[in-house]
Design a protein around this ligand. Structure first.
Ligand code: UTP
Length: 299
């Protein structure tokens, strides 16, 4: 089923950043996990840049406790800019000023209780209205030639349906994911038949796990409003997707790129090493360190 044309243009993205981030305590006691850096940029900035690459101009952050740092990060830093200007640090000034590209707006809304991802997305419903929108989970960092959301926006532009990102997950790891069953529709595209949250390995309908990028038609809100607490007592986005796909086509797209689960310690470390190796300033030094010092210690 095709949606009307106005639903195909993506202007808005929701960033749910109200989770507790308990796997990173004590780092996340007073500061959100989305502000943790990979090399020199906080996770949330990678996600915003990805949204910008997909043509999105309205960023909506669903925040919780201790989330002021995110609003501060995307705000103008007058004092810092003044200091950098005074000391002639032009490159650093450009970096500080470029955090929010021109024409991009940021809105913050509070999720008063961390009742789950479905609840977080619903909290922003009145800021979306009757148009398609994206949801990005910044703790899933996706690195590749073409940003993952841009790839998905192309599919959405063509088919007009909701599109969720999936990747192949091997072995027992699948039970940490939302898992889809789908009918192959193209090289990297599936039409969804079903979706379950964190199934037992033996019950997983496929090896395709959902990752933190979604494009939804506004009809998802009807199903979010009807949600009852699901797995873990939380309002699960997965349950609303299951209801949506019974009404209209939902696509799953296997994006090109590497995804780092930066909600876990090992994922964040891997991202830092791999993106560090590509970093123009420190890449070579890091490579030398890993090869000449660290590798020998590991022998
Ligand atoms: P996670 O499942 O990673 O939960 O949330 P968490 O609380 O952030 O982290 P841990 O498990 O305690 O370490 C997935 C995404 O959904 C957001 C989180 O911020 C994260 O981006 N989220 C989750 C909300 O915004 N609100 C919620 O109520 C739950």
């Amino acid at each position: 089923m095709m949606s009307s044309k106005k639903h195909k243009v993506l202007r808005k993205a929701i960033f749910p950043v109200a989770g507790l981030g308990s796997r990173f305590l004590p780092a996340t006691k007073a500061s959100p996990k989305e502000m943790m850096p990979v090399v020199d940029k906080p996770l949330i900035q990678y996600a915003v840049e990805e949204a910008v690459s997909a043509g999105i101009t309205e960023m909506i952050f669903v925040t919780g406790r201790a989330k002021r740092a995110i609003a501060d990060h995307f705000d103008k830093a007058y004092e810092l800019e003044h200091q950098l200007e005074k000391s002639g640090k032009k490159e650093l000034l450009k970096i500080a000023q470029g955090v929010v590209p021109k024409g991009v707006s940021c809105t913050y809304i509070r999720q008063t209780e961390a009742l789950g991802l479905g609840h977080a997305v619903l909290t922003a419903a009145h800021l979306i209205g009757d148009e398609s929108f994206a949801v990005l989970l910044a703790d899933d960092l996706i690195h590749g030639e073409t940003p993952a959301l841009k790839q998905m926006a192309e599919q959405h532009g063509f088919y007009g349906s909701s599109v969720i990102a999936v990747q192949k997950v091997s072995g027992a790891g699948i039970s940490a994911y939302g898992v889809i069953s789908g009918t192959k529709q193209g090289a990297h595209l599936y039409s969804l038949n079903g979706i379950v949250e964190k199934p037992k390995v033996e019950d997983a309908p496929s090896d395709m796990g959902v990752t933190g990028r979604y494009i939804f038609s506004p009809q998802i809100f009807d199903h979010l409003r009807a949600l009852k607490p699901g797995a873990g007592g939380e309002y699960q986005l997965t349950d609303a997707i299951q209801m949506l796909l019974m009404q209209e086509q939902v696509l799953a797209y296997q994006f090109q790129g590497t995804r780092y689960d930066c909600g876990s310690k090992i994922g964040l470390l891997r991202a830092n090493i791999e993106l560090g190796l590509e970093h123009p300033e420190i890449g070579k030094k890091l490579r030398d360190f890993l090869k000449n010092e660290l590798f020998q210690k590991l022998q």
